[in-house]
Design a protein around this ligand. Structure first.
Ligand code: XUL
Ligand code: CO
Length: 438
């Protein structure tokens, strides 16, 4: 197969002054930030499904983009053409990782035995492509939400037979992930939730999901999978209520069912905002629980109530993400662009320009987060704000020496406390703008 993206060169870094659309303005892989290369801070990944699959179909209209890559869709030739396109795309952008669902790789057959045979064939082809490159797999997953059999869920289905198909797909997707040397394995609970309690036993469904996850861990470890398992929270869509609502809920589930040794979270920006949180909030909750594993880098639209999966553009949001990642000690996973170009952005150039936008936005986020950390005023304000716990009665509270009577006696002695000190939000926001624009 010859070159697919013929008019698109390897994307160079040209700096902020460049007017070349097909060049990075901020993502400079070898630039050192806080003692590490930008490329080490930002292990970017390509999402097989959006980049090589999604061609613009929505509820109101068909494809606008041609992603046949010269082959007939729905054939193994097309599956291979997608591999060729994907590797050329990643090489041209300097992306070293990819993420996939089983059925992103091949057209799904009616019989799972045939689907698995196709997966064996395509994974040999992908492995061959990987040789001689430094492109690796970030994570794999099984699509347990598109096929009609999963209409009532996968791990949460009412049908034991369907549950076995979920197990079979997880088994195969784990084998593929190991074959590709993947760092992680994702569970996104697409239809793990419910529409109405009139027909649903929530406790039973959640226990069954946990059983499936335990089986996945046991099998994964038995075939040499050493990476992390991730759950990707999302509050709704496609289901009305999804069990992995947000980071906090999902951490509760992981601990409730004894999965914390093997599981971390894959936090997606647009899912956090659908849950009514900021992206940063869910990252913080994951990080402070030692469960910040990987990130699906995208952004939503605050005016729309669904998962728009846009390429990251908002530099403030990317900055807070990178601030949380740096403070949280980095990721075991990477930054997967679970994002799609807008429907009218249907050309090959748009595919590249979308990734250039996303990568430059995160590079800017990294630069600005490092600048905020190096400036130090925000961090020292936060430290100072809790200084009353460093001595006296505060120290006793933190060390565990205090009891309720001691604290009540302290309050009685004071009669009335000083006000706790200004939160200084506006001053701090001004500092952020100053760091951003000076
Ligand atoms: C759906 C979503 C998925 C997961 C993987 O909203 O984010 O693509 O990332 O199944
Ligand atoms: Co995602």
């Amino acid at each position: 197969m010859g070159e697919i993206f013929k008019n698109i060169p390897v994307i160079p870094f040209e700096g902020p002054g460049s007017s070349n659309d097909l060049a990075f303005k901020f993502y400079d892989p070898d630039r050192m930030i806080l003692g590490r290369k930008m490329s080490e801070h930002l292990p970017f990944a390509m999402a097989w499904w959006h980049n090589l699959g999604a061609a613009g179909t929505d509820m109101f209209g068909r494809d606008t983009a041609d992603k046949s890559f010269g082959a007939k869709k729905g054939t193994m030739e097309h599956a291979k053409a997608k591999v060729d396109a994907g590797f050329e795309f990643m090489k041209k952008l300097g992306i070293k990782l990819f993420c996939f669902h089983d059925v992103d790789l091949v057209p799904e057959a009616d019989d799972i035995n045939e689907t698995n045979r196709r997966l064996d064939e395509i994974s040999d082809y992908i492995l061959e492509k990987m040789k001689g490159t430094d492109i690796r797999c970030l994570w794999g997953t099984a699509n347990m939400f598109s096929n009609p059999r999963f209409m009532n869920g996968a791990g949460s289905t009412n049908s034991a037979d369907v549950y076995c198909f979920a197990a079979a797909q997880i088994k195969k997707a784990l084998e593929l992930t190991v074959k590709f040397g993947g760092r992680g394995y994702v569970f996104w609970g697409g239809r793990e939730g419910y529409e109405t309690l009139l027909n649903t036993d929530v406790k039973f469904e959640q226990e069954n999901i946990a059983r499936l996850m335990h089986m996945a861990v046991e099998y994964g470890r038995s075939i040499g999978f050493k990476g992390d398992f991730y759950i990707e929270p999302k509050p709704k869509e496609p289901m009305k209520h999804q069990y992995d609502f947000d980071a906090a809920t999902t951490i509760g589930f992981i601990r409730q069912y004894g999965l914390e040794k093997d599981f971390k979270l894959n936090i997606e920006a647009n899912h956090a905002t659908l849950a009514g949180h900021t992206f940063r909030h869910d990252l913080r909750i994951a990080a402070m629980n030692g469960m910040l594993g990987s990130i699906d880098a995208n952004q939503g639209d605050y005016l729309l109530g669904w998962d728009t999966d846009e390429f990251p553009f908002d530099v403030y949001e990317a900055t807070w993400c990178m601030y949380e990642v740096i403070k949280g000690g980095g990721l075991t996973g990477g930054f997967n662009f679970d994002a799609k170009s807008r429907r009218p952005s249907y050309t090959y150039e748009d595919m590249f320009e979308s990734y250039i936008l996303g990568m430059d936005t995160f590079a800017l986020g990294l630069i600005k987060a490092a600048a905020i950390i190096e400036d130090g005023r925000i961090d020292s304000f936060i430290r100072e704000r809790y200084a009353s716990y460093e001595s006296g009665i505060g120290k006793k509270i933190v060390s565990g020496e205090a009891d309720l009577e001691m604290l009540a006696a302290h309050a009685a002695e004071l009669g009335r406390p000083e006000l706790p000190g200004s939160g200084k939000q506006e001053k701090l926001e001004s500092i952020v703008n100053q760091v951003f624009f000076s």
